[in-house]
Design a protein around this ligand. Structure first.
Ligand SMILES: NC(=O)c1ccc[n+]([C@@H]2O[C@H](COP(=O)([O-])OP(=O)(O)OC[C@H]3O[C@@H](n4cnc5c(N)ncnc54)[C@H](O)[C@@H]3O)[C@@H](O)[C@H]2O)c1
Length: 249
């Protein structure tokens, strides 16, 4: 399938996990890519892998929580490729804490990266997406839909991402720009490692949210993101798609 031939996509969080899988999936479908992350070395690996797929690729360091960085990178994407067709807001952080221990600083940091980041990227990208009638996919989480123990900051940020997605969808759908979200759960990436669980956590609570079959690799999420930004998703707007193996069915 070469659904993204002639299209330009900007993917955040492209150094690993779901962001890298998304970049490689879009590359294999013919997209030109502007890939950003904070992790320079791992990002360079993604760039090399995407180039192997035959894509034109730029990799750039960008902190999605830094407004100047975000504006600069969206501008240089359009300068390099002449347009923007798809924005994939994948970058995110997961900080888990017992609720009484969450510092305001940590709570704010999670919101800055996971929610303010997609807001700033969307605002910077919108003029260009309006020109191409492009689309946005935000990576939310099952924690936006059901309580996640120790995830007051994370769940709140992802709930915001879901609401933000619907707002953009209704405000710009009539102008041809679609905005959707995916809600992954139990995806095998660096983020999902056991070291993020706080000390003395109640594993019974954590085990409430398990897929019906097994955890899956990030490619299963990338496939849905690729569908949503492609012409196959043309009539899908303001939707959230769970990619969680039935955890919340
Ligand atoms: N893995 C899961 O089970 C799961 C479940 C639900 C949602 N998600 C979401 O999927 C997205 C991708 O996560 P992942 O699982 O691939 O984890 P990951 O840790 O492999 O990838 C996250 C990427 O975001 C980058 N990043 C972090 N802060 C950044 C910043 N300020 N600016 C730019 N880049 C930054 C990291 O360097 C990393 O490459 C996240 O938004 C996450 O919340 C993951």
């Amino acid at each position: 399938m070469r659904r993204m031939e002639g299209k330009v996509a900007l993917v955040t969080g492209a150094a690993g996990g779901i962001g890298r899988a998304t970049a490689l999936r879009l590359a294999s479908e013919g997209a030109s890519l502007y890939l950003v992350d904070l992790a320079d070395e791992a990002l360079a690996e993604t760039v090399a892998l995407a180039e192997k797929e035959g894509a034109q690729v730029v990799g750039a360091r960008c902190d999605v929580s830094d407004e100047a960085d975000v504006k600069k990178n969206v501008a240089s994407c359009v300068e390099r490729f002449g347009k923007l067709d798809a924005l994939c807001n994948v970058a995110g952080i997961l900080l888990l804490d017992h609720f009484p221990d969450i510092s305001v600083e940590r709570f704010r940091r999670v919101l800055e990266v996971n929610l303010v980041g997609p807001f700033m990227l969307t605002q910077a990208a919108l003029p260009h997406l309006l020109e191409t009638k492009g689309s946005i996919v935000n990576v939310s989480s099952t924690s936006a839909l059901a309580g996640m123990p120790y995830g007051a900051a994370y769940g709140t940020s992802k709930g915001g991402v879901s609401a933000f997605t619907r707002t953009i969808a209704v405000e710009f759908g009539k102008h041809g720009v679609r905005c959707n979200a995916v809600n992954p759960g139990s995806i095998l990436t660096a983020m999902a490692g056991p070291d993020v669980v706080p000390k003395d956590a109640d594993y019974k609570l954590i085990m409430r949210a398990q897929p019906l079959d097994e955890p899956r690799p990030p490619e299963v999420v990338a496939a849905v993101i690729a569908m949503l930004v492609s012409e196959d998703g043309v009539h899908i707007n303001g939707e959230e798609i769970r990619v969680d193996g039935g955890t919340l069915a």
